[in-house]
Design a protein around this ligand. Structure first.
Ligand code: AMP
Ligand code: ZN
Length: 493
């Protein structure tokens, strides 16, 4: 029997503003779409947080036994500088500034994105479609919306008619905005504006002669609007109505609101059952963002080459840090927080190492079965990873008590503990067991092993002054040498 039959998952649906029991449209199957990156620059740690939140959600759904089709797109065209649909295409602009083909820009940053996600131990989505690979589908949707009367053509561009849509549907229901208020708070249209109303948004934009990313369409050469690609790719692979749509909180409006409007205008029904939004990673209390420069790149953290942190941190430690916050809470990155996460992570890994060696007895001094259910209860409550981690540390405490002879565990409970810990730590949270403190640790190991060799040579030559000096100075640096039967090993504190 799959786990989802006995574990009742609840998710916070941004559309209803409530936690709801998760019941997929087709029993046992989940369709999930997450807005992917715009590949015009390296992903910063903030972007990674959103994708990591959905990686964890993907992992837990799979753990519960659902067959999940996870679609996460690559935005390689149509995302203009200003989310309201004005300005230059972000990828075109980068290509122009760096004298590259737009597809060179796309390739470079897609590869970077995949590399970073691999370091963080992400599971790949089942489908990773690109916007440029779905231009035909986008044109078909525009035709359909025009046919239904919810869009108009102006000078070879096509705009979505928000006022018309709002007569029969409700524009603003996801973000909790009213169209009247939006109209009242926006500037008047000028004579140059092509839109009939400031809230209208582009489905298709005419390409000016200098615009390098362009495709033919029934309305002339142009390119699709950013919101449209997600409607085209999500419904193509997951159906007109699917289970989960995710993204960062900042995409709720206008991006997701426009996706709902497009899909409802086209198909007459709501595209998504559960809208899930991940909250922002902040740095110095402000949203991490490419545009403001208030950001840090994952590789800068792994290598320690940055002006914000005192040392390098391994990807698993950063992942653990992210998982210590609920995905709907704001999380602030700081040196202190990462140092504390590193300590916690190492304590957890140490307990996992101790576990196989624990002696078993005829009874247990702790209710491991109830503890296991508490871990599930945490995750079933809208993926509450901080509570799950608190429960994992309860297990760490028990392991240490048993090790010190202050507690006992039966064979069966030891097996249950091992299985449950492995499932939650590695499969669900996606952590990996590493003593690696950063990318430079391989180099560190090489250098210390070289010093160990020199020390061995000094000892063989009875040059104890040199051998002691090597050991003492390494100790000063926080590197402990341990002489054993197998030779000398080292540990760092
Ligand atoms: P973009 O590449 O700008 O389209 O963004 C990719 C994803 O990163 C979107 O889901 C954004 O919501 C998300 N995102 C951007 N900045 C942050 C941040 N500071 N914290 C968390 N997620 C973010
Ligand atoms: Zn999207």
């Amino acid at each position: 029997m799959p786990l989802y039959e006995t574990q009742q998952l609840k998710v916070y649906n941004s559309l209803s503003g409530k936690k709801e029991v998760f019941e997929p449209i087709s029993e046992g199957y989940v369709g999930m779409y997450v807005c992917g990156p715009t590949v015009y620059s390296n992903v910063h740690l903030g972007n990674c947080r959103t994708f990591m939140s959905f990686d964890m959600i993907f992992r837990y759904l799979r753990h519960l036994g659902y067959k999940v089709r996870y679609v996460r797109n690559i935005t390689d065209a149509g995302h203009l500088e200003d989310d309201a649909g004005e300005g230059e295409d972000k990828i075109s602009k980068k290509a122009r500034l760096e004298k590259l083909e737009p597809m060179e820009v796309v390739q470079r940053y897609t590869v970077d994105f995949h590399n970073i996600l691999q370091k963080f131990n992400f599971l790949p989505p089942n489908i990773e479609p690109t916007a440029t690979g779905h231009i035909i589908e986008q044109i078909e949707i525009i035709k359909e919306i025009l046919d239904k009367g919810f869009a108009y053509e102006k000078n070879s561009s096509v705009y979505f008619d928000v006022n018309k849509f709002n007569e029969a549907h409700e524009y603003g229901k996801l973000s909790g905005r009213k169209l009247e208020d939006m109209i009242a708070s926006t500037r008047e249209l000028t004579a140059q504006d092509e839109k009939e109303s400031p809230q209208d948004f582009a489905l298709w934009k005419r390409a000016e002669p200098q615009h390098i990313m362009r495709w033919p369409s029934p309305w002339g050469d142009g390119f699709p609007g950013w919101h449209l690609e997600c409607t085209a790719m999500s419904t193509k692979y997951l159906g007109d109505t699917f289970d989960i749509h995710g993204g960062g909180m900042d995409l709720k409006f206008p991006h997701h609101e426009c996706e709902i409007a497009q899909a409802e205008a086209c198909n007459g029904k709501a595209p998504v059952k559960y809208w899930l939004h991940a909250n922002m990673l902040t740095l110095n209390g402000k949203k991490m963002a490419k545009s403001t420069g208030n950001n840090i790149l994952p590789n800068e953290i792994f290598s320690g080459e940055n002006n914000i942190l005192s040392k390098a941190f391994a990807p698993a430690v950063v992942r653990f840090f992210m998982m210590q916050a609920h995905y709907t809470s704001i999380l602030d990155l700081s040196n202190e927080a990462l140092l504390a996460s590193e300590k916690g992570y190492l304590r957890l890994m140490e307990a996992l190492e101790q576990l196989p060696g624990l002696a078993t007895q005829s009874s247990s001094t702790f209710d491991f079965q109830a503890w296991k259910q508490k871990c599930y209860d945490a995750m079933n409550d809208d993926f509450n990873t901080p509570i799950l981690i608190a429960n994992l540390f309860e297990a760490v405490k028990q392991i240490n008590l048993i090790k010190e002879g202050k507690g006992t565990i039966t064979d069966a409970d030891k097996q249950l503990l091992e299985n449950t810990l492995n499932a939650f730590v590695f499969d669900v949270l996606g952590l990996v067991h590493t003593t690696n403190q950063g990318e430079d640790s391989e180099q560190l190991a090489g250098v210390v092993n070289l010093l160990i060799q020199l020390r061995n040579e000094a000892r063989a030559n009875k040059d104890f002054a040199t051998s002691d000096k090597i050991r003492d100075e390494l100790t000063e640096l926080g590197i402990q040498l341990k002489d054993g039967k197998e030779g000398t090993t080292f540990s760092t504190r």
